[in-house]
Design a binder for this molecule. Sequence first.
Ligand SMILES: [Zn+2]
Length: 185
Amino acid sequence: MRLVPPTQDNPYAAPQAELLHSPEVRGRVWRDGKLLRLEKGAQLPQRCVRCNAPAEVHIDRKLCWHSPWWALLIFAGVLTYAIVALIVRKRADVRIRPCDEHARARRRTLLGLGALALFGVVACIWAPVGLRGTGVLLGAVLPLVAFFVGQRRSSVLQPVRIDKEEAVLKGASEEYLASLERRAA
Ligand SMILES: [Zn+2]
């Protein structure tokens, strides 16, 4: 195993060999500019994708993506778009590893979004007579906003493209990306 020492620019950088050849790393994982690319089924290094600190916990997520062009179908109706999006979407199972601090921040965000959705429902049901319209609007909009923002935040990494072979993700920190190969061997 070839050990690559920490760079002079960043003496705290983890040795690359530790990351690339750890028994936890399976399949090809590499950086492409500010993006993280991995083969379908590849395991990410045991480092937090947000700060590159050691990560003990993991979150298994099914990331979904479809070409943004399909969104034009929304003009044909939200239901039409939703059905087609379900059919054409590509999926990738990704095990995301946040450090304790970023796992806690993720939980706090999701709890906050849950409270926001609940507030919308409560406002819709118990709005005073003069504010019924506002209550219904909040009840319709807040749970939807909480759902879509929660989908993004719970995954930590967002898909930019997923195809048959690989997933291209954004959201990884520069420190984390710097510890990866620049391209697949
Ligand atoms: Zn972290």
